[in-house]
Design a protein around this ligand. Sequence first.
Ligand code: SF4
Ligand code: SF4
Length: 280
Amino acid sequence: MERDVKKLHPCFGSLPNTGRIHLPVCQRCNIQCNFCDRKINDYEKRPGVTASILEPGEAIAILEEALKICPEITVAGIAGPGDTLASDHAVETFKLIKNTHPHLLRCMSTNGLLLNERAQELIDVGIDSLTVTVNAVAPEILEKIVSGIVYHGTYIRGTKAAELLIFNQLEGIKKMAAAGTAIKVNTVLINEINKEHIKEVARTVKAAGASMYNIIPLIPQYKFRHLKEPGCGDIDGARREAGEYIDVFRHCQRCRADAVGIPGVLDVAGQLYKGKIKIR
Ligand code: SF4
Ligand code: SF4
C-alpha cells in the first residue's frame, strides 16, 4: 500500500514537526565524487559525516531509543555515509525495520550506480521514498564531477563511467517510480561546472518519474576545495529554473549521515549517541 509521503516526510513537504532518523549503516561507496570527504566525527554538520557506523541489528536498538526521545520521528532513513547499495547493510536494515517498526516510512538515498539492477529488492522491502543524487545528465559534465566508479569489480573512469552512472540512475528511477516510490533527486550545485545544466537535469529526472528536486550548494572540499560555495543568488536562480519542470524542495539542512530529530528544529543525535560512539 502506498503511504502518504507528502504528509509524513519532512523532506517531501510534510506537516510541521515530523522527524527523521538517518541510520549510518553504510560505510563504503562505489563511486568517487570530487567534492566528497567522508569523515567519522561528532562535530561537522554536513552529509558524509557520522559519529559511528552501525551494524543493522545495532541500528534497530538505536531507532528504538530515538523514538523514545523524539516520538515525532515518522521516517527511518539511510543516507550513508557511503552508498546504500554498495553493500547489503541498508536492505538488511530495512528488512528489520519493516518487521519491527512497520509504521515508519522507509527512506533511502543512493548515488544510483546500482539502482537499475537492485530496484526490485528495494520495491520488495517497501522503500517509500528514495533520493537519488544526479549531478548531471550529460556525460561530458558528469565526468568533471565523478572521477571514477567501481562497477562489478572494475574501476572505470571518464566518459564511460559517467555514461554508465547516468544510465543506471535514470533507468533505476523509472523502475522505482513505476512501482509507486516517491522519488526526490538531489543535485549538488557547482557554479563552475553544472550551474547552466540544472534545467536539463530537472527536466530529465521529472520525465523519468521524480516528483521532487533538491539543489544542494557545493561544500568545497577534497579536489573541489578551491571552488567557490554558491551564494543565495545562485541557489535561487537554479531553483527558479528547475521549478519550471518539477517541485523544488527548499529547506534542506545538509544533514549528517547520523542525523536524528526534526530537520532545522530539533537535533537529538548528541543525546542519543552520548557514550555510545564507536570509531571502527
Ligand atoms: Fe561521497 Fe556520496 Fe559521492 Fe559516494 S556518492 S563519493 S558517498 S558524495
Ligand atoms: Fe532532508 Fe536534506 Fe536532511 Fe536529506 S539531508 S533528510 S533531504 S534535510
